[in-house]
Design a protein around this ligand. Structure first.
Ligand code: HEC
Length: 220
């Protein structure tokens, strides 16, 4: 081995010892990884998805957390979700009555599904025939009106949908129990109870009892 190679090897050994000494010794914290030669390699300035970071400004923690996932743009809706366009107020109720119509056909399959759903979610108050004689109806402070009374006979299907979706009076919202499509199929069944002979459903914009006197605004 010539002299030059020996010199290079001993120089490398000296630097190696210095590097080991600076990185592994003299730290109070035994868990410290030592000097970071290239911090960017360990601590990427980019944000990882699904992580929350502490916010550091001028070397000081601000106490805020920085969420890597950004909020969706205002007005975004989840895929496959159709927002309900009418507000839960008097004007929304009136507009639903005017503009909301059943997209489902009155065929045997839809009627059969509507009847099953009705028997699960509605029958205990409204009764099998829609006469408000369900077992729970008698216990309510104000029993539901009969579907066959003049008020509900004239109730547009859009208002029915609105009331089932948001709830009304002593009836709670059913939005979390049945889907929008299921509500429409239940409405087909209710209309069958109201008009067993297949009479066309009334389209008069009538209000149900408690809302007759309320002021009604049309969509602007
Ligand atoms: C806890 C008992 C109860 C249950 C369960 C219930 N309802 Fe009602 N429902 C009522 C009462 C009480 C009213 C009267 C509300 C009012 O006008 O104050 C009513 C009113 C209605 C109306 C008239 C709404 C209007 O705008 O005047 C419809 C239509 C209706 N219910 C359908 C349904 C359907 C469909 C279901 C099942 C998905 C259902 N209800 C479940 C108690 C109930």
């Amino acid at each position: 081995m010539n002299k030059k190679v020996t010199q290079i090897i001993s120089l490398m050994a000296v630097f190696g010892c210095i590097a080991i000494a600076t990185t592994s010794c003299g730290k109070k914290n035994p868990n410290s990884p030592g000097v970071e030669f290239m911090p960017d390699m360990y601590r990427s300035p980019s944000l990882e998805p699904n992580m929350a970071y502490v916010s550091i400004i001028n070397g000081k923690q601000t106490g805020d957390t920085l969420q890597a996932n950004r909020l969706p743009v205002k007005g975004s809706i989840p895929r496959g979700f159709m927002p309900y366009p009418y507000a839960n107020d008097t004007a929304g109720y009136a507009n639903a009555g005017r503009y909301l119509h059943n997209p489902f056909k009155k065929n045997d399959a839809n009627l059969a599904e509507g009847e099953v759903l009705y028997s699960k979610y509605c029958v205990h108050c409204h009764g099998a025939g829609g006469e408000a004689d369900g077992l729970v109806a008698a216990k309510l402070a104000g029993p539901p009106p009969s579907y066959k009374g003049p008020v509900l006979m004239a109730l547009p299907e859009g208002k029915m949908f609105h009331s089932i979706y948001f709830g009304k009076g002593l009836m709670g919202s059913h939005a979390s129990l049945v889907s929008k499509a299921e509500i429409w199929k239940i409405i087909l069944h209710i209309q069958k109870l109201q008009y067993p002979n297949g009479k066309e459903v009334a389209v008069t914009v009538a209000d149900s009892a408690s809302l007759t006197a309320a002021k009604v605004d049309v969509i602007k």
